[in-house]
Design a protein around this ligand. Structure first.
Ligand code: 8YV
Length: 339
């Protein structure tokens, strides 16, 4: 019987590749897999696939393989995977909830907020372009917003949102949050206050989206929500692009309905350079890199490798989204073991 085969949908940290290579043949796809038929063709004859979160693991894709034992997310968002279909088919779905990821994303959210509030990107361009040299006092045109005493509204107080709250307190921000459930442990430990979504939108100077993409959060921020926001409000999105109605966002930015938006995630990725939002001066746009620190890359690669290796050894993976797959998965493994 041949060694199991693991497909990586993008290169990961060498620590993870090395661990996987000890137990399996590791193949890295040559290009991103964006369409169902591309994924179907790519995963054929693989027992495991490591997903970057953009590949469509739909019911049709998952049913196309009789060998696949695990879809292992290199990350924590799994909105690209039909978990119910995977479970029924006996396929594990795993994620990599490492501290380094939550800290990296929380750091990036604060970096985006500060960069926009203090117009750092505009200021950098102002110097490099020679405008400052030509107009020494023109730097006053880069007046920004202070943080101390202002209100930060966090939508989604989970493992990332709570870390953003921790960081925000250090800048003297008052923190309110909205979530589908009260987080009293964080309220007590971090001194954050619960607010209904509309109240948070009406009172926050800075708003950070830190929710998973689900049927409840898709399009959560649209025309109506923008109409409630303060005219000096800054929106930061480090969750998923689809949480925000993109057309409504562009309209709010163009009409000065809000002061600005700092985004690491977009309605479509990679963002086309001719998208309207790339032309707006009151925005900061980063290419889905909130997770991308050296520490996080290494930790995620090790975690995703451990998940895959556990499944290939016939064990329950450390971070399964669908532990109820156990019974089905065993049958599937038996089928594989006999093939
Ligand atoms: C990465 C993420 O973008 O964890 C997530 O859901 O979106 C980020 O960690 C992605 O997973 C890259 O591997």
């Amino acid at each position: 019987m041949r060694r199991p085969r693991v497909l990586l949908t993008a290169p990961i940290h060498e620590e993870g590749i090395e661990r996987l290579g000890n137990v399996a043949e590791v193949v890295i796809t040559s290009k991103p897999l964006r369409k169902e038929d591309e994924v179907i063709s790519a995963i054929r004859d693989f027992e495991a696939v490591v997903s970057m979160g953009v590949e469509p693991f739909t019911k049709r894709v998952l049913e196309s393989s009789d060998k696949l034992l695990v879809v292992a997310r290199h990350g924590v968002g799994y909105d690209n995977i039909d978990v119910d279909a995977a479970t029924r088919l006996g396929i594990w779905v795993t994620t990599t909830p490492v501290e380094e990821l939550f800290d990296a994303v929380a750091d990036h959210a604060m970096a985006l907020l500060l960069c926009l509030a203090r117009r750092v990107c505009e200021a950098d361009n102002f110097v490099r372009s020679g405008k400052w040299f030509e107009n020494p006092f023109e730097n006053r045109s880069l007046t920004g917003f202070g943080l101390k005493g202002k209100t930060l509204g966090i939508i989604g107080l989970g493992r990332i949102g709570s870390r953003i709250a921790e960081r925000a307190k250090g800048f003297g921000l008052k923190v309110v949050y909205y979530d589908i459930e009260r987080k009293t442990e964080y309220e007590n430990r971090l001194g954050v206050e619960y607010a209904q979504l509309d109240d948070l939108l009406k009172t926050s100077d800075f708003i950070v989206l830190a929710v998973p993409l689900t049927d409840r959060t898709r399009g959560l921020i649209s025309e109506r929500e923008f109409s409630l926001m303060k005219p000096n409000a800054i929106l930061v999105n480090i969750s998923r692009g689809a949480v925000v109605d993109h057309k409504a966002l562009v309209k709010a930015l163009k009409n000065g309905r809000i002061a600005g938006a700092a985004l690491d995630v977009f309605h479509t990725e990679p963002l086309p350079p001719d998208d309207e939002i790339t032309k707006l001066g009151n925005t900061i746009l980063t290419p889905h890199i909130a997770w991308l620190t050296e520490e996080c890359r290494k930790a995620m690669a090790i975690a995703v490798a451990e998940n895959v290796i556990s499944v290939l050894r016939g064990e329950e993976p450390p971070n399964a989204i669908n532990p109820n797959v156990k019974e089905f998965a065993r049958n599937k493994r038996l089928r594989y073991a006999c093939s």
